[in-house]
Design a protein around this ligand. Structure first.
Ligand code: NAD
Length: 481
């Protein structure tokens, strides 16, 4: 495991111009596992110049050749699978089984965009499907150019893959800034790029925090597009920065997703899906279904089933295969979630079980898994993204009431429905405002299906063909026919 995170610019690892050193923490042992030397505006400038220089040759390369490099990145991750899972769990605190999903989904994403890259050559210059009398219209898909990619800590390899893979497939060159909180797994991507002889400058990785390099990257007018995943306050400042020079921006931001359990739902299935929806990765998932709407006729049964599941959660060392609930990623995140538990006390919210009934381990940034019932819609806990293992529940009397409450949110990222009738679930899904909706199934985000939300959950889509389009400029060439 890399214990010093520096700058990967123009095909080489080098020390940072910026000299500030940040500690990278293991959130279970509360120890320093690596050092990160934060870059500054000079590192950003060097990486943007390298990406600019590499752009003409990279975009000229055939889609077939770019696809081969993407397969190489996927193979490199697959070769290091076991080590990467351990690194993700060590640095991010998620149980090993969840780290495996991070690596597997990242590999699948590189392979999927390798496949789309190979198809690109055949699409270039295709006649438009819309006929114009007397005019021939041909369509070309140019890369947007040099792109700045900024990611959060909760799925370090996946959130990176969702951006890097389509950007490279489209013919863009990349300056990637991983989160400073969980940066260690992502360094492997630059190592693999070096191993597979990806041309220098095509993929640059710069380390640092928001003030040291995130801002400098978004403000650099040599960057043609910014794709950002993270919190809403940061997303707003990224969007402001992108306004200078009228630059393209995609935003994947927060969520407060509902899970609706209808009267005819199977309690065991509902309890399983509700648990996974909020306690996977200790609730630190943008699409976490953190608002439970359950039909009043089955609410008590569901709460009882949830209590049993919570009792069965194993809190402990993320590297121990028995662990099912790890610590939060940092002391800062633990404190932020704990503040919501204090608001809950002030608001008089009632836990389904006493929040304190599960003792948390003494070591590690743990918060007890908690379910509040009868939460008023005005409550801060109902409205705001908590990003921790805290579920807010309330009952409903009719499906129309559930739909109205579910849609009454600033966010529109995802939703889940558990119902005894697939037709009813599909009907409710059509009426919800969310980018991804799961009916009677776990939360899946396969690379073939677009991801992203409306309202304050962001702008644009990742994954699927739409994820590739996000890094392309459509060019139409017209001639008399
Ligand atoms: P964050 O906004 O604190 O940081 C995200 C990234 O932005 C980090 O790399 C950080 O260094 C960088 N950054 C910070 N300030 C910056 C600035 N001023 N300019 C440019 N970059 C800056 O978010 P986080 O705490 O790392 O992640 C949690 C958030 O991410 C949650 O709100 C979650 O919902 C969201 N998220 C969304 C999705 C999605 O697909 N919609 C996926 C994962 C996480």
């Amino acid at each position: 495991m890399r214990d010093i995170c520096q700058q990967f610019i123009d095909g080489h690892w080098r020390s940072s111009y910026g000299g500030r050193c940040l500690d990278v923490i293991d959130p279970y042992r509360e120890t320093v596992i690596a050092k990160l030397t934060a870059g500054d505006a000079r590192d950003v400038d060097a990486s943007v110049r390298a990406a600019r220089q590499a752009l003409p040759a990279w975009r000229r390369l055939s889609g077939e050749a770019r696809g081969q490099y993407l397969e190489g990145l996927a193979d490199g991750l697959a070769d290091q699978h076991t080590a990467l899972c351990r690194t993700i769990s060590l640095n991010g605190g998620k149980p090993l089984a969840e780290s495996q999903l991070d690596v597997d989904d990242a590999i699948a994403c590189y392979r999927y965009y390798a496949h789309l890259a190979r198809q690109l050559d055949a699409c270039q210059g295709e006649p438009s499907a819309q006929s114009v009398a007397g005019v021939e219209v041909r369509r070309y898909f140019d890369p947007v150019g040099v792109v700045g990619l900024i990611t959060p800590w909760n799925f370090p390899l996946v959130t990176a893959a969702w951006k890097i893979a389509p950007a490279l497939a489209a013919g863009c060159t990349v300056v990637f800034k991983p989160s400073e909180v969980v940066p260690v797994p992502e360094q492997a991507i630059a190592d693999i790029a070096q191993t597979i002889d990806l041309p220098p400058g095509v993929l640059n990785l710069i380390n640092g925090d928001g003030p040291s390099i995130g801002e400098a990257l978004t403000q650099h007018t040599g960057v043609d597009k910014i794709s950002f995943t993270g919190s809403n306050p940061t997303g707003e400042s990224v969007m402001r920065a992108a306004a200078t020079g009228v630059r393209n921006v995609s935003l994947e931001l927060g969520g407060k997703s509902p899970i609706i359990v209808t009267e005819d739902a199977d309690i065991a299935q509902a309890a399983y899906l509700v648990m996974n929806g909020i306690f996977a990765n200790a609730g630190q998932i943008c699409s976490a279904t953190s608002r439970l709407l359950v039909h009043q006729a089955i609410a008590e049964d569901l709460y009882a089933a949830l209590s049993q599941h919570i009792d069965a959660l194993v809190m402990g060392d993320p590297l121990d295969e028995a662990t099912t609930l790890g610590p939060l990623v940092s002391d800062k995140q633990r404190d932020a979630v704990s503040r919501y538990l204090a608001f809950a006390k002030d608001e008089g919210l009632i836990p389904v079980r006493e929040a304190s009934h599960r003792e948390v381990p003494r070591q590690g940034f743990f918060v007890a898994p908690t379910v509040f019932r009868d939460v008023p819609v005005e409550s801060r806990l109902w409205q705001e993204e908590i990003f921790g293992p805290v579920l807010c529940a309330r009952q409903f009397a009719s499906d129309d009431e559930a739909i109205a409450i579910a849609n009454d949110s600033d966010f529109g990222l995802a939703a889940s429905i558990v119902s005894g009738s697939h037709e009813k679930a599909a009907d409710i899904a059509r009426q919800l405002s969310a980018g991804s909706i799961w009916t009677n199934m776990d939360q899946l985000a396969p690379p073939q299906a677009a991801w992203g939300g409306g309202k304050k959950s962001g702008i644009g889509r990742e994954l699927g063909p739409e994820g590739l389009s996000a890094y392309q400029e459509l060019k139409q060439v017209m001639a008399p026919s």
